[in-house]
Design a protein around this ligand. Structure first.
Ligand code: SAH
Ligand code: SF4
Ligand code: F3S
Length: 466
């Protein structure tokens, strides 16, 4: 019998990685992947809890499966990820169609839980086969094994894989649910990180992105001295066949200079930082419990740019946090001008149950003000990007070619499609800028030099440098 599973992933890179990891034991148990939710025997939603909107989407998807469940009882619905962790039993109690609730610390059990739930499908007898698995704090060798025995899964970004260096977060920013749903910081052994990376490269991976919610917190005691992220970069960098190495997300504190130095010294390490500021106002940063001032953030950015030439920085901001005034918004605009990010992700504050902000401070910025502030920040960032990108016209940049471009970008006005022997390709620079150019199919998976001819806020257009 050919059993199928359907999996949908919401949220951050951690969840994307977790989804790849749970596929391996499922396929070993005889399930094959399908993109058709209607016919799937197993349906998995890997969920995010970071904002209310992310949870609402899941509740609506779960609701859509109710009538099929009541009529046919012919599928197992598993809710995994951060929202599963946050809501737990509540999901089973509220939704008869949900059979398995499994938090991020228990995904090594997922296949067993699904099989157990499948045994009584169809029968109307009491569903004592439904389960909740939620512990995020135990140190489980089986969970670690899921990472170390994974297979490369070719997702939307070919040649690219995420490798976890740590789990959890101890920071407890006042607005954030992540420490509650992902548990305490746990650092993976360096050997496991390197072995896993090496195996991925053997399977065709060219670019590795090391993952952690506070990736620069990674540390390990080794022969009487403390290793940090710089040691991970050095060790993974040595893998033959690896072309590029990145890491996200960086917290703008406890970021050791030797990590910046490693970025400068190691040619495969991309000059790219994802460095969320969250606000440009000291008052807001304090209220958020971020433990740094705008001045300290800017000093770090300046030092990073001194040590790492051509560093490109992406940012995150929250607008409309509790008590945010127009003057705070103005300070955030000023910070965006000063830092000159490559791009910014901007989010409207969403109170999360159980966090300090939710319990202590009022969500007092009206939705339309949040929306206006969000648009303002993005508009300014777009101006910054357009201007800074224009300055790159004429430069030749190294591009890792990801594949054929989906739609024609160059020569939009010309009626003739690009010649078959030089199709339109798309790739990325080390600074994570998207570049479209006419090249050779053979370039796919290689790093090639491309001279930039034209730019927009989000895309570069270029020509293969001779
Ligand atoms: N670990 C990363 C961020 C993880 S969450 C860091 O500390 O930078 C990703 C982003 O979601 C955050 O950077 C923040 O901008 C946003 N975010 C987190 N909690 C939020 C909330 N309650 N409402 C709105 N945005 C939030
Ligand atoms: Fe959340 Fe702050 Fe941890 Fe990032 S550092 S995951 S924002 S608590
Ligand atoms: Fe969301 Fe969990 Fe990531 S809450 S942002 S999926 S760690």
């Amino acid at each position: 019998m050919n059993k199928t599973y359907y999996i949908e992933t919401m949220g951050c890179q951690m969840n994307k990685l977790d989804s790849e990891l749970v596929m391996v034991p499922l396929e070993r148990a005889g399930y094959t992947k399908t993109t058709d939710i209607q016919s799937a025997d197993v349906i998995i939603f890997n969920t995010c809890s970071v904002r209310q909107h992310a949870e609402d989407k899941v509740i609506s998807k779960v609701g859509q499966l109710r009538s099929r469940f009541l009529k046919h009882r012919d599928f197992v619905l598993a809710i995994i990820g951060c929202m599963a962790q946050r809501m737990g039993q509540e999901l089973l109690d509220g939704y008869p169609q949900v059979a398995v609730v499994c938090g991020p610390g228990q995904i090594h059990q997922l296949t067993d839980l699904i099989e157990k739930a499948a045994t009584n499908l169809g029968s109307k007898k009491s569903r004592d086969d439904r389960s909740v698995a939620l512990n995020t704090s135990e140190k489980s060798p089986e969970l670690e094994q899921l990472d170390t025995t994974r297979q490369y899964v070719d997702t939307k970004k070919p040649f690219m894989a995420f490798v976890r260096v740590m789990r959890g977060c101890n920071n407890f920013c006042n607005y954030c649910i992540v420490p509650y749903v992902r548990g305490q910081e746990q650092y993976r052994p360096l050997k496991n990180i390197v072995d896993e990376s090496r195996r991925l490269v053997e399977q065709g991976v060219k670019e590795i992105t090391l993952l952690g919610q506070v990736v620069n917190h990674w540390k390990n005691q080794h022969n009487g001295h403390t290793q940090n992220l710089a040691d991970v970069l050095h060790a993974v960098h040595e893998i033959d066949g690896l072309l590029r190495l990145r890491f996200v997300t960086s917290y703008p504190r406890n970021f050791d200079d030797n990590v910046l130095q490693a970025m400068a010294d190691l040619p495969k390490v991309c000059p790219y930082l994802h460095l969320p500021a969250q606000s440009g106002s000291d008052r807001m940063l304090k209220a958020m419990n971020r433990h740094y001032t705008v001045g300290e953030y800017l000093d770090f950015v300046q030092k990073a740019r001194q040590i790492v030439p051509d560093l490109s920085i992406a940012g995150d901001f929250i607008v409309g946090y509790c008590g945010e005034q127009e003057s705070d918004q103005q300070e955030t605009l000023t910070l965006i001008e000063k830092v000159r990010y490559k791009n910014c992700f901007v989010f409207k504050y969403s109170p999360r149950p159980g966090t300090k902000s939710e319990g202590r401070f009022a969500d007092d910025v009206p939705p339309e003000v949040k929306q206006r502030r969000l648009v303002e920040l993005l508009a300014l960032q777009s101006q910054v990007s357009e201007k800074d990108n224009q300055a790159l016209v004429g430069e030749t940049l190294d591009v890792l070619v990801e594949g054929l471009s989906k739609k024609p970008h160059l020569d939009k006005d010309s009626k003739t499609p690009p010649p078959a022997d030089t199709p339109q390709l798309v790739g990325r620079t080390g600074g994570d800028q998207i570049v479209v150019f006419n090249g050779d199919r053979e370039n796919i998976g290689q790093i090639v030099p491309v001279t930039i001819k034209k730019t927009s806020a989000l895309t570069f257009f270029g020509e293969l440098a001779k």
